[in-house]
Write a protein that binds this ligand. Structure first.
Ligand code: AHR
Length: 498
C-alpha cells in the first residue's frame, strides 16, 4: 500500500515550543523513592540520586517537568517538603494510599532537575488548600529575599530563587476521586482568585487552569466552559489529560489513539475560542497537555491498598510494561501534539520513572529504557524549529472506536536546515511505501530513517532483557533529489531526517 505526503517550506504551522517535550514526576509508588532517589544504589551520588537514572533522563531529553502531582498534590502541605530533612513529617498520602516520608522535597527535586537540565513546573494544591497557601509557596519559590518566606528559603540552603515560570492551578479537580473535588464554577472561581493573587505577587508567571481529566468524562466540555467563564482573563493555559490502552484485544482502535487526541485538542480549542469571543477578549489561551501516555489502568485496580493499617512507602504502583505497539501509539500521540503545535505549547509525558514510565529501575540493580522511551527521545532530539502542515494521502483502516482512519499518520518539522518527518504505520499486517515530496526545499540529501517495529508487536524490554526492543535503522530509505521513499513495516514508528 502506498502513502504520500508533501512538506512545503511556506506551510508552517507554528514554532515548536520546547516545553512540548516535558515530563511529569509525581510522588507516587517508586517514582521518587527507589526510583530517581536511592542513596544505597552503587551509582548514587552524595545527594542520594541515581546517576544512571539522571543519564537516561538526559538522554530522553525532557525539557520541563511537572511536579509534585498529580492526585498527590491535592492533599499536599508544601511546607512539609522543605527545611531540615530530619524534622520533616511523615504524612499519609490519601491519593495513593501510601506514606510520604518527605525525604525528597522542593529543594532536592529542584537540585535533581538542575542536573537533568530541565525546568520546573510546579502544581499548587487547590484540593484541600487555597489562595493563601499558593501565595506562600510562590513567595518561597520566587521572591529573591527580604521576606519571611524567601528568607526561610535562604536559611534552608537556597539563596537564589527557584524562579518557577509555570504553575498548575490544582490537578484534575473535575474528578470525583480528587481530594477537594469541585464543580466547574466553584473550581473556576477559586482558580481565578488564586491566579489573580499569584499574579499580584509575580506578574511574569504563566498559569494553567485544570481542564478535564479526560475527554470521556461526562462533564467534558461543560467543565472547560464553566472553568474558563470564571478564569479566562487570568490564565494562560487550560490543561488536557489523556491515557490510552489496548482494550479487549482491539489493537486497530488502540493504534488510532492519535485520532482521539486530535479530536480532544480540537474540541478544547473550539471551547477556548468560543469563550474568547464571548468575552470580547484579545487574548488567546493555549493548551498544556500536561498528562499523556499509554496506561493500562484496569490492570492495576487490585494493587491499590484499602486496609486501614497499610500505608506503604514506595510500593510498586502503576508499573506498566510497554511493548512495541505501545511505543507506536506513543509515537502517534507525539504526531498529534506536533500537528497542533500552534495551540499546544506545553505537554508532559506522564510519567518519567517506574510509574507508567519510559524509564524503569530495580533497587540495587540496573535502569533501562522501555519501548516508549525511543519515540519520545527521537522526537525531542530532532523536532526543532517549526512544525509544518502536512497533508497525508493514505488508505484507510476500519476501527470500532473511531470509524475509518488513515493507515499512515505523520507530522513534520523544519529548523531552517533539516526536515524531519515523524510517521506511524497503523496497519497490523501490511507494510506501506511512503513517498515524501520535499521538492520545494534546498536540502543536502543526507537522508536517514530509524524507528521501532518488530515481528512480535508485543515484545517488551524487561529487567532480564532490557534491550530486547531498540531503535532500528530503516535501510529502505532513498533520496532522489526531491523526494524520499521509505518502506514502513506494519505497526511501526519511523523518523526520517533529510
Ligand atoms: O499519572 C497518574 C495520575 O493520573 C495522576 O496522579 C492524575 O492526575 C491522573 O489521574
Amino acid at each position: 500500500l502506498d502513502a504520500r505526503l508533501t512538506v512545503h517550506p511556506s506551510l508552517q504551522l507554528g514554532p515548536i515550543d520546547r516545553r512540548l517535550f516535558g515530563g511529569f514526576v509525581e510522588h507516587l509508588g517508586r517514582h521518587i523513592y527507589d526510583g530517581i532517589y536511592e542513596p544505597a544504589h552503587p551509582t548514587a551520588g552524595a545527594d542520594g540520586f541515581r546517576r544512571d537514572v539522571i543519564d537516561l533522563v538526559k538522554e530522553l531529553g525532557v525539557t520541563c517537568v511537572r511536579y509534585p502531582g498529580g492526585n498527590f498534590v491535592s492533599g499536599l502541605r508544601w511546607e512539609d517538603t522543605v527545611g531540615p530533612v530530619e524534622s520533616r513529617p511523615r504524612r499519609l498520602d490519601l491519593a495513593w494510599h501510601s506514606t510520604e516520608p518527605n525525604t525528597v522535597g522542593l529543594h532536592e527535586f529542584s537540585a535533581w532537575l538542575e542536573q537533568v537540565g530541565a525546568d520546573l513546573m510546579l502544581a499548587v494544591n487547590l484540593g484541600t488548600r487555597g489562595v493563601q497557601e499558593a501565595l506562600d509557596l510562590l513567595e518561597y519559590a520566587n521572591i529573591p529575599g527580604g521576606t519571611e518566606l524567601s528568607d526561610r528559603r535562604s536559611k534552608n540552603g537556597r539563596g537564589k530563587p527557584f524562579d518557577v515560570r509555570m504553575w498548575c492551578l490544582g490537578n484534575e479537580m473535575d474528578g470525583p476521586w480528587q481530594l477537594g473535588h469541585k464543580n466547574a464554577t466553584d473550581y473556576g472561581t477559586l482558580a481565578a482568585a488564586t491566579a489573580r493573587a499569584m499574579r499580584q505577587l509575580d506578574p511574569a508567571i504563566q498559569l494553567v487552569a485544570s481542564g478535564s481529566s479526560g475527554r470521556a468524562m461526562p462533564t467534558f466540555g461543560a467543565w472547560e466552559r464553566g472553568v474558563l467563564e470564571e478564569s479566562y482573563d487570568v490564565v494562560d493555559y487550560v490543561s488536557c489529560h489523556a491515557y490510552y490502552a489496548e482494550k479487549d484485544g482491539d489493537a486497530a482502535s488502540f493504534l488510532a489513539s492519535g485520532v482521539d487526541m486530535d479530536r480532544y485538542i480540537e474540541d478544547v480549542i473550539s471551547i477556548l475560542d468560543e469563550v474568547k469571543t464571548d468575552k470580547h477578549s484579545s487574548k488567546t489561551v493555549n493548551i498544556s497537555f500536561d498528562e499523556w501516555n499509554v496506561w493500562y489502568q484496569d490492570q492495576y485496580n487490585d494493587v491499590r491498598r484499602v486496609e486501614i493499617g497499610d500505608w506503604p512507602v514506595a510500593a510498586r504502583l502503576l508499573e506498566d510494561r510497554y511493548n512495541v505497539t505501545d511505543a507506536v501509539v506513543v509515537g502517534g500521540l507525539l504526531i498529534s501534539l506536533l500537528n497542533h503545535a500552534d495551540r499546544v505549547t506545553s505537554a508532559s509525558l506522564a510519567q518519567l520513572v517506574n510509574v507508567i514510565a519510559p524509564i524503569m529501575t530495580e533497587p540495587g540493580g540496573p535502569a533501562w529504557r522501555q519501548t516508549t522511551f525511543h519515540p519520545f527521545a527521537q522526537t525531542a532530539a530532532v523536532a526543532h524549529g517549526h512544525a509544518m502542515r502536512v497533508e497525508i494521502e493514505a488508505s484507510t483502516l476500519p476501527t470500532s472506536a473511531f470509524g475509518d482512519v488513515a493507515s499512515v499518520d505523520a507530522a513534520a518539522s523544519y529548523d531552517g536546515e533539516r526536515v524531519a518527518v515523524f510517521v506511524v504505520n497503523r496497519h497490523l499486517e501490511d507494510a506501506s511505501r511512503l513517498t515524501i515530496d520535499l521538492s520545494a526545499f534546498e536540502l543536502n540529501g543526507n537522508v536517514m530513517a530509524s524507528g521501532i517495529w518488530d515481528d512480535d508487536r508485543l515484545a517488551a524490554n524487561t529487567l532480564e532483557a532490557p534491550d530486547r526492543v531498540k531503535l532500528r535503522e530503516n535501510s529502505s530509505v532513498r533520496w532522489n533529489g526531491s523526494t524520499v521513499t521509505v518502506d514502513l513495516p506494519p505497526v511501526s514508528w519511523t523518523v526520517i531526517t533529510v
